[in-house]
Design a binder for this molecule. Structure first.
Ligand code: ADP
Ligand code: MG
Length: 682
């Protein structure tokens, strides 16, 4: 009798060769197999008579092969099998390219179901490369077909056939990670039914029922895992830090902290003196002054005789932090070093020595801070900036360098509170919901492409007044091929330089440039040597060029609202009035509504809420920037209501059964979901 742990080779048609292919997809056992969900579906349910077939539509046709198929070799490497199929309404020309075996597979006089895309030329109807099977078989036609992510040597059909066998063998054996009462309370279907329907849905409604259950299950397990991690963390102990006087630091700043900044610092200080390792997320809109909050934390570490590290996702950002903070800390007698991957060996060695010996008290840098050869004397605090670019793995690698160092995470991606509680379920959250005083509103416009000339004139005017501008394009040239409907940044920059702004300096940066090159251009832009910077979204995070006052976003509809908000945050950083121009020719109502939100508010949290309302949380999960376990189904479809239901259910279960003793399958699934991440989150 097959079991869930039975090897996939049990399945008919899966031999050594295919088993190897499946292994690449992570499929070793029957359980793995049936847990491999489709990424999409192909609806092949429509049947048509030949005379009703229309150009371009995909449909099933039941028709008889009228005469023996013919095989011809058009040229080397191109074989063509042709046949004519008929029903009572007309004839259909069917062709197969490079599938010579079809000649013998299909017999004159027999009826088959053909599924494919129809071409109509005058009164002739044809179907190139259809999917065929014997009438009535309904394995690959007449139903909703799953579409699986594939790998070399594994075809859709192989998987479909294997899946049917796998499901037949163990659908009934699947233990349910949802306790019965949870399933009933939230009206969720049984696991066997969900698995069957997610692979081979009988219809749209059945698919929706299956999906809802699987999404709930996933979110429920995630919520349980996060709550338990948090619970375990709360039990960890460390030496409480002394509360330190920061008044000299405050006194050295050219401004006083905002109320929200002060509250965040207080949260941090109370964490540090609590006797438990800090695990705090500070969320604050672009420009809300997170760096100063980080600086206060660094100072607390040093005043407690410990080292602190501040890690940024890019060299540019790291350098900016270093340049801003090193003098500030220096004034207070603190030695700060800078460490990136781009450093010369000798220079690097000297810095490593200072870190190992403890002469350097603060380290600022990129991922280079966590490579294996970096040894700290006594690392007590780790701050990561713009954390959504770091996975949990990196966070934990850094954490591993100290004796359970305190962890502070700074994020500029405003995430709605409900979602933050889920995504950062293992962290405490401080929110900086106040901007420093005197910030000007960034005037934001949403305009069609026909405004380009006007926009260029406006840029001209701003630049004549000494300002600078960003222009964001969403795509880079690909293998020499410019995607025709998208503005390739490089081509666009070239055009602007040659045709529109020949007297100005236009430059381009994009994600595929070498970091050195990119760095060079960014510094030139920061130094004012470049007036217009055309860019893909690489400027999105953190760069600070206060003299830049215009942000133009081409094809703005291609970006998420939160991303647009980040982009807009690149301007309005100095004393000059700033502008953001969103260009889009998309007339879609929902798109217009989204862009309008941008023109109406500058509040990142409002924008995130709105983004969430308009697009659903799938996007937040989908971007996988949070470093949580990957979700298989929840990022396809999931609504806020379901997310909340799952969280409530998780909380309730843990209250009743904190060790999950009564539901071993739930415990097992949570453990496997967090396998890789479990240590990281402690
Ligand atoms: P972000 O939260 O985006 O990281 P930064 O820390 O880079 O923001 O701060 C943005 C700018 O605001 C910096 O130039 C910083 O010096 C300034 N700033 C920070 N806090 C205050 C404050 N309380 N009052 C005035 N300016 C401030
Ligand atoms: Mg910042």
């Amino acid at each position: 009798m097959p079991e869930l742990t039975t090897d996939v080779r049990y399945v008919k048609g899966i031999g050594e060769q295919r088993a190897k292919g499946l292994e690449k997809l992570g499929i070793l056992t029957l359980r793995d197999l049936i847990s491999y969900f489709p990424r999409a579906y192909d609806d092949r349910r429509t049947y048509k008579k030949i005379k009703d077939l229309e150009e371009g539509e995909s449909a099933c046709v039941e028709a008889m092969v009228a005469s023996a198929p013919t095989l011809s070799r058009i040229r080397k490497g191109l074989e063509l099998v042709k046949l004519r199929a008929v029903d009572e309404t007309g004839a259909l020309d069917v062709t197969f390219f490079n599938q010579a075996y079809m000649k013998d597979n299909l017999r004159a006089g027999e009826t088959y179901t053909f599924f494919g895309k129809v071409e109509v030329m005058g009164r002739k109807r044809s179907m190139p490369n259809p999917i065929v099977e014997r009438e009535g078989s309904r394995l690959v036609t007449g139903r909703i077909m799953p579409v699986y992510p594939l790998t070399a040597g594994i075809s859709q059909l192989t998987l479909v056939k294997a899946m049917e066998q796998g499901l037949a063998a163990c659908q009934k054996l699947l233990p349910d990670p949802l306790p019965d009462e949870v399933r009933q309370e939230h009206q969720l279907c049984r696991i066997g039914y969900a698995y069957e329907q997610i692979h081979f849905p009988a219809g749209d409604e059945e698919l929706a029922i299956a999906r809802r259950r699987l999404v709930f299950e996933e979110l429920f397990l995630l919520a349980i895992g996060l709550k338990r991690l948090r619970g375990r963390r709360d039990e960890l102990q460390c030496e409480p830090w002394r509360d330190t006087d920061l008044s000299d630091f405050y006194g050295s700043l050219p401004f006083s902290l905002t109320g929200a900044q002060k509250r965040a610092v207080e949260d941090i200080r109370s964490d540090l003196s609590s006797g438990r390792p800090m695990n705090r997320l500070v969320q604050g809109d672009v420009g809300s002054g997170k760096t100063m909050v980080a600086a206060a934390a660094l100072l607390c570490a040093v005043r407690n005789g410990r080292q602190a590290a501040l890690m940024a996702p890019t060299e540019i950002l790291a350098e900016q932090h270093y340049k801003g903070l090193a003098p500030l800390l220096g004034k207070l007698g603190i030695k700060t070093v800078f460490l990136t991957g781009a450093m010369r060996v000798k220079e690097r060695r000297a810095i490593l020595e200072e870190l190992a010996g403890g002469e350097a008290q603060v380290a600022i840098g990129t991922h280079a801070l966590i490579t294996a050869d970096v040894v700290y004397h006594d690392l007590g605090l780790v701050v990561t900036d713009e954390q959504h670019r770091f996975g949990v793995a990196q966070r934990s690698a850094l954490a591993a360098k100290g004796e359970r160092p305190h962890l502070l995470v700074m994020s500029a991606t405003p995430i709605p509170r409900t979602l933050a509680l889920m995504i950062y379920g293992d962290l405490d959250v401080s929110i900086i919901d106040e901007l420093p005083p005197g910030r000007q509103k960034i005037d934001t416009f949403s305009v069609p492409g026909s405004y380009h000339q006007r926009i260029y004139k406006f840029l001209e005017k701003e630049i004549a007044a000494g300002r600078q501008a960003y222009i964001i394009c969403s795509m880079v040239e690909e293998n020499g091929q410019i995607p025709d409907d998208r503005k390739a940044a490089m081509e666009y920059a070239k055009m602007l330089q040659e045709k529109v702004f020949p007297h100005l300096a236009v430059a381009c940066v994009h994600g595929r440039m070498k970091p050195k090159e990119k760095e060079k251009i960014m510094s030139a832009f920061a130094a004012g040597e470049i007036q217009i910077l055309v860019s893909t979204t690489v400027v999105e995070v953190g760069v600070d060029v206060p003299n830049a006052t215009v942000m133009v976003v081409e094809d703005a509809d291609r970006f998420g609202l939160s991303q647009l908000h980040q982009l807009r945050g690149r301007v309005g950083r100095g004393q000059h009035k700033s502008y953001c121009i969103l260009i889009s020719d998309n007339r879609n109502e929902e798109t217009r509504a989204r862009l309008k939100v941008m023109t109406q508010t500058g509040d990142g949290f409002k924008i995130a809420e709105e983004d969430l309302r308009l697009r659903g949380p799938g996007d937040f999960f989908g971007r996988r920037q949070h470093g949580l376990p990957a979700l298989k189904v929840a990022d396809l479809t999931c609504d806020m209501a379901l997310l909340k239901e799952a969280q409530t259910a998780a909380a309730k279960l843990l209250e009743r059964d904190p060790e999950l003793e009564g539901c071993p399958e739930t415990a097992r699934r949570v453990a496997s979901m967090f396998e890789v991440n479990a240590d990281a989150m402690n």
